[in-house]
Write a new protein. Sequence first.
Length: 140
Amino acid sequence: MSVHTISLAIHMKGDTQVDNITKSVADALAGSDLKAGIVTVFVKHTTASVMIIEDEPGIRADTKTFWDCLVPPDHRWQHNTVNPGEDNGHSHLRGQLQGPSVTIPFADGALLLGTWQQLVVVDFDTRARTRELVVQVLGE
């Protein structure tokens, strides 16, 4: 087994922005020269998540609506109360629920995603920032 690790940096705006990283991950896989195994994509932040969705405008809008309903940004979160100047308690909670990583199998050097499945990063924070991701390919 071999391990190939790639870092990616993505500038994001926050406010539940969705950014498609499928091609970047596929390119990282191609650069590994590995033919079969698993790829893990991990975001190094507590206010962002990696997930698999059908990436189309309706789902992007619904994703924001879903998170705004499930974990509203205007609630009086203790994170914001205990840390003066903070306004992203909801962002941390959303990141906790969704999680920081996904794992995808690959064979013949290609990700084994379904027809409509796409890899995305969702930035739940309240301000723009650069998000760091780790793509780790394990295989042979």
